[in-house]
Design a protein around this ligand. Structure first.
Ligand code: URA
Length: 453
């Protein structure tokens, strides 16, 4: 590591930056640039980066610091210029959950209504699933076209979902890996700057954020989720990005299908009009804000109507097909979802208790899917697109011994049995009726916070 040379040339003492934050002082724009550049280039040793991360975790940051850190992290790598795309490009981002596959519903529907959709997505992280892994369940799908091809695709057909290349926000890549092993993930300034640096580097000019709250979310307490959403809205405001943040429930999987190919199937079923529920409702809500921000609809009601029309006319499904074809994938999956990867073992399990579903350990439900092979335990693990489970029960449902609790899709009988035991433990019942959780808790815009709970 040659960092000491670089910093002595610039007369910078990195320890003084750590000391300032340790003493609770606000860091300057220059200090934050040095931090992000040092992380991105590898010129500051890990022990100094980690010390500063902990000082930030303990002492926090003000709004100006968070924005400056975000911009510095954005500039640590390539910044996509999407200005040659016609219209106001729409984008959405979820802070991560289980059974959360709104992207495949929202992107084609919003595009079918006339707004250009430009999404750069990520892979699964911890117990949460990732959009890219789900898209790659489609045979032949190319998730990594060049930026020029990405722009051309959006100008040609109005929608593209691709992966973020290695050169997008390298500072975040380094800092995220350090946070993971230094107990500094749960910091609102660090989460917000991590997410937003990648979004800004992706060229986003209009963003709808889906900030999860509850037992399967990064922030389990509603107030923390609202604070995270507010912080990201503030960053957008200071960076000239149109934004709405919706704080939504993750006390149970959003959709009833969990696993890459299975979630894709449920999205296609929603676009065919064959599946409703929370996944459908949230997709319409996120899509509505996207259409309003892209100036295609004048308000949320008009946007919702346009989305429902695009769904019932089949225009949304046709758009998904067109996108898959453009990116080299086998679009026949839209007509026949049995062409998606199929698991060797499919095992239905019945409930072994009688009562009302009271709670779900949603992190555990995500980890169960991961252990079946749907997610990675190590960064270079392969993902099995065929495995996962269908969980038809929801919090508040009455169940008895005739109720199908879960249908497990596994590689082997032994995997299915191990999964069955863990799923039974993750779902708690109560003898008395239970109120289902709300789907939406708050909407945060530049104008303020609207709380529904
Ligand atoms: N997702 C990110 O990209 N970064 C975080 O810090 C947390 C979630």
């Amino acid at each position: 590591m040659n960092g000491n040379k670089k910093f002595s040339d610039m007369s910078v003492d990195f320890a003084s930056i750590i000391r300032d934050k340790k003493l609770g002082r606000a860091l300057t724009k220059e200090q934050l640039r040095i931090f992000a550049d040092g992380a991105g280039s590898g010129s500051v040793p890990d022990y100094q980066l980690a010390s500063l991360l902990m000082a930030i975790r303990l002492n926090g940051m003000n709004a100006e610091e968070i924005t400056q850190l975000t911009l510095a992290m954005r500039d640590s790598g390539d910044v996509a210029d999407l200005s040659s795309i016609k219209g106001v490009t729409a984008d959405k981002h979820s802070t991560g959950g289980v059974g959360d596959n709104t992207s495949f519903i929202v992107a084609p529907l919003v595009s079918a209504c006339g707004a250009p959709v430009a999404m750069m997505s990520g892979r699964g992280l911890g117990h949460t699933g990732g959009t890219l892994d789900k898209l790659e369940a489609i045979n032949g799908f190319n998730a990594y076209p060049s930026i020029e091809e990405f722009i051309k695709q959006i100008n040609d057909i109005g929608v593209a979902i691709i992966g973020q290349s290695g050169e997008i926000a390298p500072a975040d890549k380094k800092l995220y890996a350090l946070r993971d092993v230094t107990s500094t993930v749960d910091s609102i300034p660090l989460i917000a700057s991590s997410i937003m640096s990648k979004k800004l580097a992706s060229g986003t000019k209009s963003l709808v954020l889906d900030v999860k709250t509850g037992s399967g979310a990064m922030m389990q307490r509603l107030d923390d989720s609202i604070a995270l959403a507010q912080t990201m809205v503030d960053i957008c405001k200071l960076s000239g990005v149109k934004v709405t943040a919706v704080v939504t429930d993750m006390n149970q999987p959003l959709g009833t299908y969990v696993g890459n190919g299975l979630e894709l199937k449920q999205s296609i079923d929603v676009l065919k009009g064959e599946s409703k529920g929370a996944l459908y409702e949230l997709s319409l809500l996120l899509g509505s804000y996207m259409l309003v921000q892209s100036e295609v609809a004048k308000d949320i009601d008009e946007a919702r109507k346009a989305l429902i029309n695009a769904l019932s006319s089949g225009a949304g499904l046709a758009k998904l097909k067109q996108m898959i074809e453009y990116q080299g994938g086998d679009s026949r999956v839209c007509d026949d979802t049995s062409l998606l990867p199929q698991a060797k073992v499919v095992r239905e399990i019945k409930a072994d208790t009688v009562g009302y579903v009271e709670s779900m350990d949603t992190v555990e439900l995500g980890l169960i899917a991961q252990s079946l092979g749907a997610g990675r335990q190590k960064i270079d693990d392969d993902v099995d697109y065929s495995v996962g489970y269908i969980l038809p029960v929801r919090i508040g449902d009455y169940i008895d011994r005739d109720t199908t609790l879960c249908v497990i899709h596994a590689r082997s009988e032994s995997d299915a049995i191990a999964c069955e035991n863990r799923i039974r433990k993750a779902i708690k019942t109560s003898p008395t009726p239970v109120k289902p959780p709300s789907l939406v808790y708050a909407v945060i815009t530049e104008q303020g916070v609207l709380r529904y709970n």
